[in-house]
Structure formats: structure tokens, C-alpha cells
Design a protein around this ligand. Structure first.
Ligand SMILES: [Zn+2]
Ligand SMILES: [Zn+2]
Length: 428
């Protein structure tokens, strides 16, 4: 990456236009796009599967954007949503059939083989059962009593987007946030401290609006049914794994018999994955609309920009953690070494100049940046928000409430910092 020392280069070598002077960030020209993408797409995601997913994400994203803004009112569940739901239910129906057959065989057991058959069917049904979400075992869980003000804000955002709040809030060290279902009905919200700490209060409201928006659209229910069906299919696919080097005639015949089942489950797995991918993109656009309703269109767009600079912010976090690990060991405990970590990160994020955001927006449009392959490309999500009617945002926080939330989160954020400094970040 070509970076320019402070004041070393002031004019664009292509067109002579002025260059922004931010030593830490890539120097580029807003006039002619000189050096806008010095890595030039060299960061292609590793696997071929992931590349295909990304390309599809881009194509779906564009088509969906056209659909969504044509009439202004997005459809909640489209054909892809219905199809993925139906496929998933069919997969679970097979599990139910296995369960019933196993039970019937055992109940009417009239010999050794029906007992074996019954037990095998029950065993298979057990491995294929849908797994329900649960709280992370060693995560930091905030209950309503621990963080009443934060829960009240989540409730208020929920009302603004048309749903209720959550039953558990989990705090972790990711530059991300998410929602999921606990068991059948209870709701969990996961907030990553690194993300939360670099957001303004309005962007936090937009973030909560986006996440709770997923409950409004039934995405988590859909995700639970489809996600568990994908897991069941993967188990099937493993069951039909052939012998790698068949040694005798029995193994050769077994492999031949397994082949059609393996192809069938493989094809179904790919189909369900792709259909669900398209359905999940629609959900993201709808969740973005909820983010704007709660926090305003401006805050929802600003939130998206934060994800554009996720990489440099995560690098900065890694640098801060490493520096603290070097200083903190031996002389001071991890407790003291973790102090000030989030302040330093927030300061770094606040210093990212507008020109760097703009550069990343242009690179995103060139290369198709997205949070991951379940999300439409970020520049399309931005366009979607900016094309629809501007929202002023219905949830407004005040300084006193923000202070109380910060106090409620203080222990969790200190613990995340302490654990980061103690354990280091992956890949360091
Ligand atoms: Zn230029
Ligand atoms: Zn989302």
C-alpha cells in the first residue's frame, strides 16, 4: 500500500489535483481516482465457493435493490424465502419420519433386526435433530437487572420498529452485533464492544434498530428453520461419504450405492444455501429500513460507513492490544493493562478522515465490499437507504441515559479489554 508521509506529496501525479494529507491513510485522488485501490482486488477471498457466493451476493443485491425501491414497499417474504422455508421443512420432515419409523420398529419389535433397525433410525434422527440456540457458555451475559437502562433502550427501539425487546444481551469482543433465538421463543442480542465503542449514540440506536428489525421480518425464525436444515443436510452428506480407497468388492459396491445419495444431498445443500442466501439479503435491506426508522436515515448510513472501516479499526485494536501486552506483562496486571483500550480505539476511529471513508466507498463499489456473503454489498445498502424517503428517527437518547448505559456496560467492557490483553487477538 502506498502511503504518503505528512506533506510529502500534495498533488496528484495523474491530474495534478489536490491530495488529502493524512499520513496514516492511503493517499488517493478524489478527482481522477488515482491510487483509490492500491491493493487492486488482490485481497480476493480464498476459496472458490466463497468467491461464487460473493459474486451471487453482488448480483442478487443489485436485483433486489431494483425490486425494493421500485414500489417503495418491500415484500416481507418473497418466493425465495418461501422456497427455502419449504425445502427446510422437507428436510426436517425426513427426520420426523425416521423418528416415527424407529419408534414403531422398537414398539412392535419382533426380532433382533427390527430392534437394530429401530435403534439405527432413532440414532440417525437424534443426530439430525434441529439444534436450538443457547447462551454461550463462557460469554458475558447481561440480564435485565444488570442493565435496566440498556434494556429500556432496546425495548424503545423495538417499539419503534414494531417488535418487543430481547431476553438476554451478550457482550463479546467482535466488531459486530447480531440477534438470534434462544430455544424456541426467547431472544438474544449480541453486542461487540469494539463496534459499540466507536459508534455515536444515534448510530447505536440505528444498530439496535437493524438487529431488532430482523425479528420484525421473522428472519431469526426463518434462520432457525433453514439453518438447522442446512446442518441436517451436512450430516446426511457426511453419512454418504464413500470409502476413500475401496479395498474389496463390498466397499466398491457400497461406494456405488452411496454415490446417488451423496450427489443428491450435495445438490440439495447447495440449492438450499443459495436460495437462503438470496432470502437473507432481502432481510438485510428490510433491517436497514428498520435502522433508519429508529435512528434516522443519516445514522443508518453512518453505521454502514463504520463497517467500511472495520479493517483498519480492527488493525488498530490489534496494535493497541499488542502494545499493552508488551508493557503489561509482569509489571502490571492485565486489569491495569486493559485500561484505556476502548478510549484509544474510539479516538482512532474518530480520527479516520472523511476522505478515507470516501475512498473505501469507491473501492467498495469497485470490488463489492460486504460485511459477509449473507449481506448485500455495502454500497448497494447505502443506495437503498438514500433512495427511499428520509427518516428522521423516532428514538432519541439523552446524555444522562447514555451515561447510565455506559455505567451498566463498564464492567463488561473492562472484562473484554482485560481478556483481550491477557489472551491476545487471534493471529497475533
Ligand atoms: Zn488525480
Ligand atoms: Zn443484519
Amino acid at each position: 500500500m502506498r502511503t504518503v508521509e505528512e506533506g510529502a506529496l500534495r498533488a496528484c501525479p495523474e491530474c495534478g489535483g489536490p491530495l488529502p494529507e493524512h499520513g496514516r491513510f492511503t493517499a488517493w485522488c478524489a478527482g481522477c481516482d488515482w491510487n483509490v485501490d492500491p491493493e487492486g482486488g488482490r485481497e480476493e477471498p480464498a476459496g472458490r465457493g466463497e468467491r461464487i457466493r460473493r459474486r451471487l451476493a453482488e448480483r442478487h443485491g443489485e436485483r433486489l435493490l431494483a425490486d425494493l425501491t421500485a414500489d417503495g414497499v418491500p415484500v416481507r417474504l418473497d418466493a425465495f424465502g418461501v422456497l427455502s422455508f419449504t425445502l427446510a421443512l422437507a428436510v426436517h420432515a425426513v427426520t420426523v419420519v425416521l423418528l416415527v419409523c424407529g419408534a414403531l420398529l422398537l414398539a412392535g419389535a419382533s426380532g433382533f433386526w427390527s430392534v437394530v433397525g429401530g435403534l439405527l433410525a432413532l440414532g440417525a434422527a437424534w443426530t439430525l435433530r434441529p439444534r436450538l440456540g443457547r447462551l454461550p457458555r463462557d460469554g458475558i451475559v447481561l440480564r435485565r437487572a444488570d442493565a435496566p437502562e440498556l434494556y429500556a433502550l432496546v425495548d424503545e427501539v423495538g417499539r419503534a420498529v414494531g417488535t418487543r425487546g430481547v431476553d438476554a444481551i451478550v457482550v463479546d469482543a467482535e466488531f459486530n452485533a447480531s440477534v438470534s433465538t434462544l430455544g424456541v421463543r426467547r431472544r438474544m442480542l449480541t453486542l461487540g464492544v469494539p463496534l459499540w465503542e466507536v459508534l455515536t449514540p444515534r448510530e447505536r440506536v440505528a444498530l439496535l434498530g437493524h438487529e431488532l428489525g430482523h425479528f420484525v421480518n421473522g428472519d431469526t425464525r426463518h434462520g432457525l428453520v433453514v439453518g438447522s436444515a442446512l446442518r441436517s443436510l451436512t450430516v446426511w452428506h457426511d453419512y454418504f461419504q464413500p470409502y476413500p480407497r475401496p479395498g474389496d468388492i463390498f466397499e466398491v459396491v457400497t461406494n456405488l450405492l452411496l454415490l446417488p445419495f451423496r450427489y443428491a444431498t450435495g445438490a440439495l445443500l447447495t440449492l438450499l444455501d443459495l436460495v437462503a442466501l438470496r432470502a437473507s439479503q432481502r432481510c438485510e435491506y428490510l433491517a436497514d429500513a428498520a435502522a433508519a426508522r429508529a435512528g434516522s436515515t443519516g445514522a443508518a448510513v453512518a453505521l454502514m460507513d463504520r463497517f467500511l472501516v472495520a479493517d483498519p479499526v480492527e488493525i488498530a485494536l490489534r496494535r493497541e492490544v499488542n502494545a499493552r501486552r508488551m508493557n503489561g506483562r509482569g509489571r502490571r496486571g492485565a486489569e491495569a493493562a486493559g485500561a484505556g483500550l476502548w478510549e484509544a480505539l474510539a479516538e482512532y476511529a474518530a480520527d479516520v478522515p472523511e476522505s478515507e471513508y470516501e475512498r473505501r466507498r469507491r473501492v467498495g463499489a469497485l470490488r463489492g465490499h460486504s460485511v459477509d456473503s449473507t449481506h448485500p454489498p455495502t454500497h448497494l445498502r447505502r443506495q437503498c437507504l438514500l433512495r427511499t424517503a428520509r427518516e428522521a428517527g423516532t428514538v432519541v437518547t439523552d446524555g444522562a441515559g447514555e451515561g447510565r448505559i455506559a455505567a451498566e456496560l463498564a464492567e463488561a467492557r473492562a472484562r473484554v479489554a482485560r481478556e483481550l490483553v491477557r489472551d491476545g487477538l487471534d493471529g497475533t
